[in-house]
Write a protein that binds this ligand. Structure first.
Ligand code: PLP
Length: 389
């Protein structure tokens, strides 16, 4: 009997419609990207460093991928360096800025991704640099007046502030911040992992020194990313070996990943307007449905936040908090925790902890993040599931 029930549960789970609303964690690969990568894996297996025809073919795919990515950001191809992920790119840039460019102070915020936060802490420990955190407003936006105040100190400085926050979707005004950094003659690194491929970034117009990206956030493969490093930056490699990537990132290039990333980025920008409109519509639909069904819900961050992310605090009692993600998962719905308690984790989200009162931090918050693959039906299923809690 127990076996039959278990089988029934598994059967129902396997056949029910699954809803993926966790696109800030990672995204599905586009079919065209898989086709491109499969072709390269089976046909273009040469090593780009080899001088024979197989190698030359691979090299040409590598450089065409680089050119294509550079074109989307309006930079020159040599300013794009391939890495294994966004985390690696950020580690490299921040570490070399301190070690080689002799940066003595990093200004960042407490709501950055751990790729930045933990790297900065490690550098502080190792090199005894000064670290300052810009104040964050209750809506999750960076306090620009405070940044300007911090910049009045004379010290070789790098500012690291993310473009789109992965938990609450707040958007940094890149134009304003990069101009402020330029005026104060400090370096500016921005973690653009959540925004690349989802909004146009023209690096000819923005005086940013470094940005980083990760293919799996824009419907490309995992395990590949890139850094944009402005010409003559003086950065030195994170580790040593071959001459790949002009010696800045040794190791045989993962050609299928890189070409897959370039294809994914091109498709993202080719479809940008249409996909942005449909996702924005869905996000607004979800907000309106929440207003109807849970009138006391609150948006963590700003309702004006980035179109792919919505972080909401739900008016559920604390005893329901622990079960909420599990309950949604049982219904085939994937979202992410907004605050700690539901995930069983002992630590609250470091981003929400900066913005919410202790009282609100105990309540369930959810991060719902969208892609072009989501539909109104997905939102309806989510709302139904939330109503049944
Ligand atoms: N920065 C942000 C804002 C992210 O959302 C992520 C991914 O979770 C990363 C950095 C890390 O990227 P990767 O998975 O490529 O290391």
């Amino acid at each position: 009997m127990i076996l039959e029930n278990t089988q029934l549960i598994f059967h129902n789970f396997a056949t029910m419609k699954k809803v993926y609303l966790d696109n800030a964690s990672t995204t599905a690969i586009r079919p065209e990207v898989i086709t491109e990568m499969t072709k390269i894996l089976s046909e273009d297996y040469g090593n780009p460093s080899s001088t024979h025809s197989f190698g030359r073919n691979a090299k040409s795919i590598l450089e065409l991928s680089r050119k294509s990515i550079a074109k989307h950001l309006n930079v020159s191809a040599q300013e794009i360096i391939f890495t294994s992920c966004g985390t690696e790119a950020t580690n490299w840039i921040l570490r070399s800025a301190v070690k080689d460019l002799k940066v003595k102070r990093i200004i960042t915020s407490k709501i950055e991704h751990h790729a930045v936060l933990y790297t900065v802490l490690a550098l502080q420990k190792e090199y005894d640099i000064q670290v300052d955190y810009v104040a964050v407003r209750p809506n999750g936006e960076i306090d620009i007046t405070h940044l300007v105040e911090l910049l009045s100190q004379e010290k070789k400085t790098l500012v690291s502030l993310m473009h789109v926050n992965n938990e609450i979707g707040t958007v940094l005004n890149l134009d304003r911040i990069s101009t402020i950094c330029q005026e104060h003659n400090v370096l500016f690194h921005s973690d653009t992992v959540q925004s690349i491929g989802k909004t146009v970034i023209d690096l000819q117009k923005l005086p940013i020194d470094f940005i980083v990206a990760s293919a799996h956030k824009f419907h490309g493969p995992k395990g590949v990313g890139f850094a944009f490093v402005r010409k003559n930056s003086g950065l030195q490699p994170l580790f040593y070996g071959g001459e790949q990537e002009k010696g800045l990132r040794a190791g045989t290039e993962a050609l299928h990943q890189i070409a897959g990333m370039a294809k994914a980025l091109s498709l993202s920008y080719a479809n940008l307007e249409a996909e942005k409109n449909s996702i924005t519509e869905l996000r607004t639909y979800l907000i309106n449905q929440l207003k109807i069904e849970f009138p006391e819900f609150k948006i963590n961050g700003s309702s004006e936040g980035f179109y792919t992310v919505l972080n909401v605090l739900l008016p559920f009692s604390e005893d329901k908090t622990a079960m909420i993600l599990f309950h949604l998962d049982m219904k085939g719905i994937a979202v992410s925790r907004g605050s700690a308690c539901q995930s069983g984790s002992v630590k609250p989200s470091h981003v929400l902890a900066e913005m919410l009162s202790n009282e609100d931090l105990k309540k369930p918050s959810l991060r719902i993040s969208f892609s072009h693959e989501n539909t109104k039906e997905d939102i309806d299923l989510l709302i139904q599931a939330l109503k049944s809690i």
